[in-house]
Design a binder for this molecule. Structure first.
Ligand code: AMP
Length: 222
């Protein structure tokens, strides 16, 4: 199974991706996480992409393909959840081609949506654990001890692109570059929209219902 999750920044993709990956035993492929890892390692790719991330701009497609292609090939027998990738039509088409070469395709594409004011409120209050990746929100889901991860007691960090200015820029880029994916996945007949308001569990249930329906239909047709 290959599932794809896209939506504006701050809509809760990362959190839902973590929960879904665990629930359905999927490999989570987050291009955002992979890029941040390159930056923190100060690798040649990390040095190339750092400024794009800081400014909230999309990283050039060739760098994204370089990172993603090898993961797809290495994990060709694994069910995958694409988190925040593709980000534009060019990436979507290339992903489709890459998967077709492996005899695969995307089964379900989810767009999570939320209004801009709620997105900004969520993102300026977002912190994360650089060690285990757990995401916290100081309004809806704060850590037990201020600034410390509940799970591994590591110090929490703030993403450099979670400032109001950069968030507004990322929202504009989403509208221009990523929103067109809606029409693309509708035309493939695999598009689903999920309202991201509500608790993590409520949103997870909405997505899971659609995944379960898909799995039931697949099971009956086999
Ligand atoms: P995310 O963690 O998904 O919010 O991504 C954080 C940042 O990484 C984005 O604002 C972009 O600068 C970059 N990025 C992540 N995924 C992609 C992608 N598929 N294509 C281009 N840039 C990306």
């Amino acid at each position: 199974m290959r599932i794809l999750l896209f939506g504006p920044p701050g809509v809760g993709k990362g959190t839902q991706a973590q929960l879904l990956a665990e629930k359905y035993n999927l490999l989570r492929l987050s291009t955002g996480d992979l890029l941040r890892e390159e930056v923190s390692l100060s690798s040649p790719t990390g040095r190339k992409v750092e400024q794009y991330l800081k400014k909230g701009h999309l990283v050039p497609d060739d760098i994204i393909f370089e990172i993603v292609d090898s993961i797809l090939i290495e994990n060709k027998d694994q069910d995958i959840l694409f988190d925040g990738f593709p980000r534009n039509l060019n990436q979507a088409r290339d992903l489709e081609k890459g998967l077709a070469q492996l005899g695969q395709s995307i089964d379900i594409a989810f767009q999570m949506h939320l209004d801009d004011n709620e997105i900004i409120r969520r993102l300026v209050n977002r912190w994360y654990c650089p060690k285990c990746g757990r995401i916290y929100n100081y309004i809806t889901d704060p850590p037990v001890i201020d600034g410390i991860c509940d799970a591994d007691k590591h110090k929490l960090s703030k993403r450099s692109d979670d400032t109001e200015d950069v968030i507004r820029k990322r929202l504009k880029i989403y509208e221009a570059e990523t929103r067109p994916l809606i029409g693309y996945y509708k035309s493939l007949g695999i598009y689903h929209e999920v309202n991201a308001r509500g608790s993590q569990e409520e949103v997870l249930n909405k997505i899971s219902n659609i995944v379960d329906d898909y799995l039931n239909i697949k099971c009956r047709s086999n």
